[in-house]
Design a protein around this ligand. Structure first.
Ligand SMILES: NC(=O)c1ccc[n+]([C@@H]2O[C@H](COP(=O)([O-])OP(=O)(O)OC[C@H]3O[C@@H](n4cnc5c(N)ncnc54)[C@H](OP(=O)(O)O)[C@@H]3O)[C@@H](O)[C@H]2O)c1
Length: 275
């Protein structure tokens, strides 16, 4: 595993985390794959993916329960557990309550990273960030992050904190969706905010045509697959980590082959021009 510094903290995050969207249901619980999901998360942790990303909204809360079950047998301090507060729970008291729910489902005393899932223009961000800071001060979360925030949202959120800083922004980033490159990525880099790239495989599209053969052509020189080229490309900037999701052990192994090698500048540029 490779590690990257989280924000300005002393924590080093695995560059590959484990995404959990749709594991245990979409917006309502699906109990049908619990056993498989728990085994998958345990396998990932044993392979060095000690960073798990989830959210209170995933599976209507059930995904957090699955994560809680999966991590029970591991040393808590070796794990980095990130969850998120949903867009409708961003009022001060609601954020505090949401955290209690997440901790209960995860069966934890604290999470490592608590993220505002999406900005909500209908709720003052000041209230949300005050609650996030309260949770930090109370030791319920070690760090505060956001998700889907543009530069203006980030600047505003940062202005409301006085005891801690925003360490991360979780955003859409893959070879097809490169929107963050113009403003968000440079802003985060300048301010030492880690970018957590979600949907790095564009929901698996990258392993299909027309992307697959184009990426494979580039990967051939390195003995790498399309998926490995695509994730390696996402991780090119040193303030980025990625959280792909898989329920397939073979795919997990393939994902891990995305790191430990460097694509040439020309190939990197070629991948950037593919889409
Ligand atoms: N903050 C937000 O608003 C937000 C939004 C979306 C996602 N996220 C986070 O980001 C994580 C990842 O995003 P995502 O789940 O939307 O999509 P993703 O990771 O880009 O893609 C997941 C899909 O790729 C397939 N896949 C994985 N490895 C593969 C491989 N080696 N070969 C072929 N197919 C492969 C998976 O199928 P198999 O199971 O068959 O491998 C799955 O269908 C989420 O789980 C969630 O934690 C956050």
């Amino acid at each position: 595993m490779e590690y990257r510094r989280l924000g300005k903290t002393e924590v080093y995050l695995p560059v590959i985390g484990f995404g959990t969207w749709e594991i245990g249901g979409r917006f309502t619980p699906d109990y049908s794959v619990d056993r498989q999901a728990i085994e998958m998360i345990r396998l990932a942790i044993n392979m060095g993916i000690t960073f798990i990303d989830t959210a209170e909204v995933y599976g209507g809360g059930h995904t957090e329960e699955i994560v809680g079950d999966a991590i029970r047998e591991f040393d808590r301090e070796k794990l980095f557990i990130a969850t998120k507060v949903w867009i409708s729970n961003l009022r001060y008291q609601d954020v505090l309550k949401a955290m209690e729910g997440s901790l209960k489902r995860l069966n934890l005393d604290y999470v490592d990273l608590y993220q505002v899932h999406w900005p909500n223009p209908g709720i003052p961000l000041r209230d949300t960030m005050r609650a996030m800071e309260r949770l930090f001060l109370d030791g319920k979360t070690r760090y505060i992050g956001v998700s889907n925030f543009n530069v203006r949202d980030l600047e505003e959120a940062m202005s409301y904190l006085s005891h801690t800083e925003i360490v991360s922004n979780q955003v859409l980033y893959n070879i097809i969706d490169k929107g963050i490159e113009e403003y968000v990525l440079p802003f985060c880099r300048k301010n030492n905010i880690t970018v957590i790239a979600y949907r790095p495989l564009s929901k698996g599209q990258i392993a299909q045509e027309p992307y697959k053969s184009r990426l494979e052509k580039i990967g051939k020189k390195y003995g790498k697959t399309a998926v490995q080229v695509a994730i390696n490309w996402v991780l090119r900037h040193d303030n980025v980590v990625a959280i792909p999701r898989t329920m397939n052990p073979k795919h997990l192994e393939e994902i891990l082959g995305s790191i430990g090698w460097i694509m040439s500048e020309e190939d990197y540029e070629e991948v950037s021009r593919l889409v």
